[in-house]
Design a protein around this ligand. Sequence first.
Ligand SMILES: *[C@@H]1O[C@H](CO)[C@@H](O)[C@H](O)[C@H]1NC(C)=O
Ligand SMILES: *[C@@H]1O[C@H](CO)[C@@H](O)[C@H](O)[C@H]1NC(C)=O
Length: 263
Amino acid sequence: MLLLLLLTNAFVLLPWAGAGRIIGGSEVKPHSRPYMAHLEIKNNSQTGYCGGFLIRPDTVLSAAHCVDIEGTVRVTVILGAHDVTRQERSQQKIRVGQWVIHPEYSPDDLKNDIVLLKLKTLAKINDNVQCISIARRNEHLREGALCRVSGWGLTSDKGNRSNVLREVKLQVQKEKICQQRSSDYQRQSMICVGDECSKKASYQGDSGGPLVCKKKAHGIVSHGYDDHLFPEVFTRISYFEPWIREQLRRFALQDIPCSPSSD
Ligand SMILES: *[C@@H]1O[C@H](CO)[C@@H](O)[C@H](O)[C@H]1NC(C)=O
Ligand SMILES: *[C@@H]1O[C@H](CO)[C@@H](O)[C@H](O)[C@H]1NC(C)=O
């Protein structure tokens, strides 16, 4: 069974084994990951939380499964946050106007788990809010590479989220490890990541956050298997780069008649 790494009110009531948080990680220096976005996803009956990351002043990248819920869905992004329970002066809270889920996203096996969120107003770029570059098409991520993933995911098996941004270092694993775990694993569009001792991991609430290797976003937190912390599957950004660029161009074209709120 797939383990979604998003977090909703419904989910925290479930008795998850293998308690989660950015497991084995630590709190980051405030605002040292200025590309991080905290997502609040609401319909009329529940609220979910995910991570995301700013790739342009008007666009946040995240996991499709974060926004793929029923009903009238409202998504809000908080940029420049460290402690999301506080109203920090650095925070920019921006509504998402529209989003584009990958047309071949499939909720059953989480293939193509990627979404672009178009912000209603442009983020103001400053010390606390900045974009991150994404991996280019065919940019190779070698096995054994050490990358970082950050998030506000669960901090305990009692189901509490972390108020502050935490980060963990994880290693890119052999494709074979994920292929053996699931026949749904696709090497071209997914990255197999984890800590073999299962002492470190991303977890529920961390979905949508970036896997950052050498200052570039290479992956998006997507899912794990059963209640295991190892291995984890990330969406491989380099594979989707042409699609992302195409969507960004579409967003840019839409901006020509410029909405009054986008200054
Ligand atoms: C909100 O989303 C959840 C998950 O998809 C769904 O079970 C629930 O019915 C939705 N609520 C409404 C009011 O649509
Ligand atoms: C989780 O949060 C609740 C409410 O704030 C608190 O009462 C509880 O002690 C927390 N649990 C843990 C394990 O931190």
